[in-house]
Design a protein around this ligand. Structure first.
Ligand code: ATP
Ligand code: MG
Length: 396
């Protein structure tokens, strides 16, 4: 079966009026971005609450499906046959050749589902389905009708512009198109969790940008490249990701020098959040995203989360908060980030980690420790922000 066109189904529940146009336009934009990486030229257009992708000339079918399967907002991808001739005879012939070709003569049960989007088209959906069903039984001896559990559901949609025929419905990722729900800044490390957190928030339609804190020479170029690679994987779904790379070395060393070592991790995390908020302030991000999950490590006890959160004024989205590591790993595998996340390049936190970090930090005490940083920390934070590296990470 050779398809030239795809009918894109998307979730409409709760998306009405003006929001619906915003949703559809954002979805079309994201589909176009996703198809940029696919061999072929495509037209993407909207008609009567449907979006159509049409290949102009030669194109790669598998890659097209793969790309569309990653566009948030798409509920199903239906490869279709389109024709402009809406006469019943033409529709019948199209259905017969479609069923002949797609079943290859194999025995199959089927049912016809007709949708008259053009309500002036003669007949009712039921009578058209019945007439097409009868014609198919006549023309194709391998077919029998099963209205309860058909093996092939043949869909016929009659619009003003023409007719669509399809039977396949390939599930999309669901969610909302990126760009329909504001913007947030992801704290992206080289670990398993944060890419999954970014994916989950992007899936809700949020435009995601990212920040990575590195500590050269304690962390290598390779560790940084790993984060860029993770951003690339995220970009397959979330669209191009603006990545801010912050040199955190001097800040970490200064904290190491001035503060109790068992408080190092928590104080470092508070500075990461503070710097992330400053970046968000510059770029218009309205929230932060982290890969934190309650109880996973010492810095993620409830007390630690409270203590980290204390320095934030923006909301912090923690989509993994109630997930087990195993569940997160499964998501990472599905997304395709797991293999990259487990590459053995060191994270900036592991270098300065104390043997016995505090697991129940008291905010009052941490604030007191941070006072020891007052001499230089503001200047160090300013320098870190001024010398940040910015990379626009495109999907590979
Ligand atoms: P991950 O697997 O995402 O690295 P983790 O289990 O290693 O998480 P932590 O090291 O405590 O947990 O980090 C918690 C969260 O803080 C991360 O999910 C990430 O959002 C953020 N984070 C940690 N280190 C960095 C870093 N070097 N750069 C940017 N964000 C970071
Ligand atoms: Mg980590």
């Amino acid at each position: 079966m050779e398809y030239k066109s795809f009918l894109i189904k998307y979730g409409e529940i709760g998306v009405k009026g003006k929001n619906r146009y915003k949703f559809e336009d954002a979805l079309i934009k994201q589909i176009r971005i996703a198809l940029r990486k696919v061999d072929g030229t495509f037209a993407v257009e909207k008609q009567h609450g449907r979006i159509y992708v049409e290949a102009e000339g030669q194109y790669d079918y598998e890659d097209t499906i793969e790309a569309l399967k990653r566009v948030f907002g798409i509920v199903a991808i239906c490869p279709e046959i389109r024709s402009e001739d809406r006469s019943f005879d033409a529709i019948r012939e199209q259905c017969v050749s479609f069923m002949r070709e797609s079943t290859g003569g194999e025995k199959k049960t089927f049912k016809v589902f007709t949708r008259r989007i053009d309500k002036t088209y003669p007949g009712t959906s039921e009578t058209i389905s019945a007439d097409l069903g009868a014609a198919l039984l006549d023309a194709c001896p391998n077919l029998t009708v099963n209205v309860r559990e058909p093996e092939v559901s043949l869909h016929v949609e009659i619009r003003n512009e023409g007719v669509s025929i399809y039977s396949l419905s390939i599930p999309g990722p669901g969610g909302m198109p990126v760009g329909t729900n504001g913007r947030a800044l992801l704290l992206l490390s080289g670990g398993i969790d944060s890419p999954v957190a970014g994916y989950m928030i992007a899936k809700r339609g949020v435009l995601v940008e990212a920040v990575y804190f590195h500590a050269p020479p304690y962390t290598s170029e390779r560790a940084k490249q790993k984060v860029v690679d993770l951003a690339k994987i995220l970009a397959r779904y979330a669209g191009p990701v603006n990545l801010h790379i912050i040199d955190f070395t001097d800040i970490q060393l200064y904290i190491y020098e001035q503060c109790p070592h068992e408080e190092l991790t928590i104080i470092m995390r508070r500075y990461m959040m503070r710097i992330a908020e400053r970046i968000a302030g510059h770029t218009g991000s309205q929230a932060l995203i982290t890969g934190e999950s309650v109880g996973q490590v010492a810095s993620q006890t409830v007390e630690s989360l409270v203590c980290t959160n204390e320095v934030c004024t923006l909301p912090v989205f923690r989509p993994l908060i109630g997930m087990d590591k195993q569940e997160i790993i499964e998501r990472a595998e599905q997304i395709g980030s797991y293999e990259t996340s487990i590459e053995p390049y060191e994270d900036c936190c592991t270098i300065f980690v104390a043997k016995h970090p505090v697991t129940k930090p008291e905010p009052k005490r941490i604030r007191k420790s941070e006072e020891k940083l007052s001499e230089k920390i503001d200047a160090l934070v300013d320098t870190a922000l001024e010398t940040q590296e910015r990379v626009l990470v495109e999907p590979d």
